[in-house]
Write a protein that binds this ligand. Structure first.
Ligand SMILES: NC(=O)c1ccc[n+]([C@@H]2O[C@H](COP(=O)([O-])OP(=O)(O)OC[C@H]3O[C@@H](n4cnc5c(N)ncnc54)[C@H](OP(=O)(O)O)[C@@H]3O)[C@@H](O)[C@H]2O)c1
Length: 242
């Protein structure tokens, strides 16, 4: 229970990697805000984590692109759990069609960018000021090499948003150096989730990376194991197997 008394916010916690990350953090005693649009998924996870690990876990059915809803979540966290020590920007989406950009629905491409980039920007903007003020905090951005996009020449919004998320991490790293606040990217590898199962480009995959690797590496990052790597990318399967 090495994170007992600490408070984390995990976006996209209802299923897939976010659920795995939240479960690993709760197993170390971290109190959590669990965010996703599907209320039933975050509600049921909050119940399970509270019962299994004795942590406080609050579900919040919000869209990470909704700035007002994020402010309400931060207020709720501070009032009921305490100041937030860890933000995990995990929520993301991907295009539903596999077409080159010039054939795409630009509205959908832009919604992907909004979720995957504007979401983490809004979350970070809401939580970083108090972290910097206290001289303590960690932000983890779950990103991607977007290999499917490179391989297929599609998923433009996903690729653009994930490359930009890494730039966001890099651009925060300089000004945060010396403040006591750490920012890191985490790469999950290729994990069987609703997101990857929606991608025909992975139909022939038979060997997947374990979601647990990302859960363990994010938990280690929350414990400060990777603070010296501030501003860089953690390859979860490689680090977990090392
Ligand atoms: N799986 C992989 O192999 C892989 C590889 C590289 C990177 N990643 C990254 O890992 C992260 C998790 O992906 P996953 O594979 O676990 O996908 P997933 O199973 O589809 O889960 C995505 C989560 O994000 C939430 N979400 C999506 N849009 C949202 C929004 N606008 N506001 C709030 N929550 C939202 C979803 O819940 P709702 O739909 O209910 O909102 C869900 O809980 C993503 O950042 C992804 O890019 C995954």
């Amino acid at each position: 229970m090495r994170l007992q008394g600490r408070v984390g916010v995990v976006t996209g916690a209802g299923r897939g990697l976010g659920k795995e990350i939240a479960t690993h953090l709760a197993a170390e005693g971290m109190d959590l805000m669990l965010l996703a649009r599907t209320g039933s998924q975050v509600r049921s996870l909050a119940e399970v984590l509270a019962a299994r690990y004795g942590v406080q876990a609050f579900p919040a059915a919000i869209d990470v692109t909704d700035a007002a809803a994020i402010d309400r979540v931060v207020l709720h966290a501070e009032q009921h759990l305490g100041t937030v020590d860890l933000l995990v920007n995990n929520a993301a989406t991907i295009e539903s069609t596999v077409v080159p950009f010039w054939e795409s629905d630009v509205g959908e491409v832009w919604r992907v960018v909004e979720t995957n980039l504007h979401g983490p920007m809004l979350m970070s903007r809401a939580l970083l000021p108090s972290m910097v003020q206290r001289g303590h905090g960690r932000v983890i951005n779950v990103t991607s090499r977007a290999r499917a996009a490179t391989r297929s020449g599609t998923y433009t919004g996903y690729a653009v948003s994930k490359r930009a998320l890494t730039l966001l991490t890099e651009s925060l790293a300089g000004p945060l150096a010396g403040t006591g606040v750490t920012v890191l990217d985490v790469l999950p590898g290729l994990v069987r989730t609703e997101l990857t199962l929606s991608m025909p480009v992975w139909d022939d995959v038979t060997v997947w990376d374990a979601a647990g690797a990302t859960g363990r590496v994010v938990t280690d990052a929350a414990l400060g194991v990777y603070d010296a790597m501030h501003g860089t990318v953690l390859d979860a399967p490689a680090l977990d197997g090392a």
